[in-house]
Design a binder for this molecule. Structure first.
Ligand code: ZN
Length: 402
């Protein structure tokens, strides 16, 4: 029997066990924000990894925002010195309805918050790693698990801690994360830059408007050139492949959130808006900060506005060569299980791969879930696809160590 068939059979024999674990994880509400129930979910994951013989530990993290018991669950499979990381996150975005925590099974699918993004992916990784070990495929290699708790709100507590504390081995062969790519391989991701732009004016009664300084008017004056810039940036298209050509432009959203501090019958004494910039791998974080700051400062100076800029999020983009040997190993593993080679694409959002790629570790996203249902009210994962994905992970680990 060839390796792919052996792995498939090993995983298929555990179909009910995998579905049961996924249902259990989905029923644990780990909505983030605010970051509920993270300690409870981590404890269960630790227990499962213990049962699978993955020598797990929980690394508690310092309090962060409203996260409940933030931590990283770490474990390893195999004895070898060469490392491949299996990376996942167990927080989920807020549900549209409480019924999404019921983990409903129908038509070969499991429905519920986090099934695709990415508790289903974690189940695939756990069973894929176990299959690789049980079938003796790891050779001189070792799979290290990093399961983090705060991917949905910026990853400072989870992956940021792993990187900051030196817990990522920079000589690792590869990192793989189970984001919902629907069978494509994400080998690159955009960077993110979020700013809050504030305006200070002077509040005055509407009947004495001449005494006020209208912060909202200043905001409009500064927002206008940013809006022009957003149109310009959309023309800067990435050369990385993406599923939909229309999303290849470099993104800038002006005023995703905005406000002013007063009632309608007063001159607003303060106002603010957000700008969210998602830049392509060809673009540089520091250059983008300088570009936006320059447009804002120039417009503010000509409007006579008192402006302040706060950077809320700054994440560089990241990419790994498509033809890197570990990328080819992943493509070969996918082809063995699915019968066709996967497409390599740029992830339209930001991706945890960046924390590893920044350190020179080849990093990829690959998962069975679908991006278009993730974060939505009808989120689901196809159970058979989740099992095939587990087989891909097992074969990838085997191939990456050869
Ligand atoms: Zn995710």
């Amino acid at each position: 029997m060839d390796e792919a068939t052996a792995v498939r059979e090993w995983v298929e024999a555990r179909a009910e066990e995998m579905a049961g674990l996924l249902a259990e994880l989905v029923r644990m509400d780990t909505e983030n924000p605010p970051g509920r129930g993270l300690g409870i979910c981590a404890a269960r994951l630790r227990e499962v990894m213990e049962e699978l013989g993955f020598a797990p530990e929980i690394i508690p993290l310092a309090p962060h925002d409203r996260l409940e018991e933030p931590c990283v669950v770490r474990g390893q499979v195999g004895e070898g010195s060469e490392v491949v990381y299996f990376h996942g996150h167990f927080d989920v975005v807020p549900a549209q309805s409480r019924s999404q925590f019921a983990a409903e099974r129908r038509d070969g699918r499991m429905y519920g918050r986090g099934t695709a993004d990415m508790k289903g992916g974690i189940v695939s990784m756990l069973y894929g790693a176990a299959a690789a070990r049980e079938l003796g495929l790891l050779g001189g290699g070792r799979i290290v698990f990093h399961l983090v708790c705060d991917e949905e709100t910026g990853s400072d507590a989870g992956s940021g801690h792993l990187q900051g504390a030196g817990l990522i081995d920079t000589s690792a062969r590869a990192m793989l994360t189970a984001e919902p790519t629907a069978g494509a391989v994400w080998h690159a991701s955009r960077g993110a830059l979020t700013m809050q732009v504030g305006f200070a004016g002077t509040e005055a009664h509407v009947g004495q408007a001449h005494l006020g300084v209208n912060a909202f008017a200043h905001m409009v004056a500064v927002a206008a050139p940013l809006h022009d810039l957003a149109r310009e940036l959309l023309e800067k298209r990435t050369s990385f492949p993406m599923g939909d050509d229309a999303v290849k432009g470099s993104m800038l959203v002006v005023g995703g959130a905005s406000g002013s501090g007063v009632n309608f019958n007063a001159v607003p004494g303060s106002a603010w808006f957000s700008i969210d910039r998602r830049f392509n791998p060809e673009e540089d974080l520091d250059e983008e900060i300088a570009r936006l700051t320059d447009v804002i400062d120039t417009a503010a100076a000509s409007a006579g506005a008192d402006v302040s800029i706060e950077i809320l999020q700054r994440q560089p983009s990241g990419s790994t060569e498509e033809d890197h040997p570990t990328g080819r190993a992943l493509a070969a593993a996918v082809a063995e299980v699915e019968g066709v080679a996967p497409a390599f694409e740029l992830c339209p959002g930001i991706l945890e791969t960046r924390w590893y790629a920044q350190l020179g570790v080849p990093a990829f996203g690959y998962g069975a879930g679908r991006l278009d249902v993730s974060h939505g009210p009808g989120e689901y994962i196809d159970e058979a696809a989740m099992r095939r994905c587990a087989a891909v992970y097992a074969l990838f680990a085997a191939r990456a160590f050869r």
